[in-house]
Ligand binder design. Structure first.
Ligand code: TPP
Ligand code: SF4
Length: 298
């Protein structure tokens, strides 16, 4: 961490919940971009955190935009910068999973198809947190939310594959529990022209119902159980991160229970009795994601 800039762009005393992993991710992303960025934010937790009038939570220019329009707004910002002869400032969308998997997907697809030179970041807390934890297209199978009381009946959308079909110049997954890796990925993305996508796994204590100090442990368990795969793709070149390489082998993975048990949203899978069928379905989904990612990219 020593070589990271000391400058802070995510300011203290902002409106995030205690233990918010979004702030950890945002902090390290901004250190990598060193202030040469215009951030576009659709409606989500981040828009509340950074813009509670009359103060601001971010020390960079921010443009708040409509829920569905983040990537289209970014295309406009890039065009305005180009008109001024600026080709160095990163235009970065920072959107939740609701604003990406569901509501913003059309604008995202359009901007990628136009080859807009920008970085789209989806911080995935797997739920519409800001408005009361409603299920999103990124909510996992069997997770309890305020609109799926008995657990969600559909598995999460595998958005990385949808994005990959747009052939971005750069694509990666990241995780707030691995801040150095996250920092380095943003550094690399900064130096690449064209449409870029970083997908951040982001535990949310409020929506997932766990004690605030468990965020990093849950983030790491997601990787160690194979639930979240860490990888990077520069153009056509795919690389599994060393931290995920060993979990390619299912026998090396920790049981999925270790990841799920810490979260209140999955408590019904263990109490009053262990629901073996639903847990097996979640294990099967983990393998399904591995199979699809490896088959698509390697
Ligand atoms: C068109 C539209 N519909 C609904 C809303 C209300 N709204 C604001 S934030 C939000 C949830 C955002 O969820 P997500 O993108 O996952 O981000 P998070 O809140 O989890 O950070 C909703 C539904 C809105 N602002 N605009
Ligand atoms: S609801 Fe979750 S993502 Fe939103 S500010 Fe609170 S901890 Fe962060």
């Amino acid at each position: 961490m020593k070589e990271m800039p000391l400058e802070e762009y995510v300011l203290k005393g902002n409106a995030a919940c205690a233990g918010c992993q979004d702030m950890v991710a945002l902090r390290h992303a901004h250190k990598a971009l060193e202030g040469d960025v215009i951030q576009v934010v659709p409606a989500c937790c981040t828009s509340v955190v950074q813009s509670l009038w009359p103060k601001t939570g971010l020390a960079v220019p921010v443009l708040n935009t409509g829920f569905a329009a983040a990537a289209a707004t970014a295309s406009g910002v890039r065009a305005a910068l180009a008109a001024k002869g600026n080709d160095h400032t990163t235009v970065m969308v920072w959107a939740g999973d609701g604003g990406t998997f569901d509501i913003g997907i059309q604008a995202l697809s359009g901007a990628f198809e136009r080859r807009t030179d920008f970085l789209y970041v989806c911080y995935n807390n797997q739920v519409y947190s800001n408005t009361g934890t409603q299920r999103s297209g990124a909510t996992p199978l069997h997770a309890q939310t305020s609109t799926t009381w008995h657990g969600k009946t559909e598995p999460e959308k595998l958005l990385d594959l949808v994005v990959a079909a747009h052939e971005p110049a750069y694509q990666a997954t990241a995780n707030a529990a691995y801040p150095r890796d996250l920092y380095e990925k943003f550094q690399r993305a900064r130096g690449i022209r064209g449409p870029k996508f970083i997908h951040i796994f982001l535990p949310c204590p409020q929506a997932w119902n766990y004690p605030v100090e468990k965020g990093v442990e849950i983030g790491k368990l997601a990787v160690e159980t194979g639930y979240w795969i860490m990888w990077e793709r520069i153009g056509e070149e795919f690389k599994l991160d060393p931290v995920s390489e060993r979990y390619r082998d299912p026998a090396k993975r920790k049981p999925i229970d270790e990841f799920l048990k810490l979260q209140g949203r999955f408590a019904h899978l263990f109490k009053p009795t262990r629901d073996d069928k639903k847990l097996a379905e979640l294990e099967a989904f983990v393998q399904h994601r591995w199979d699809l990612v490896m088959r698509t990219f390697t």
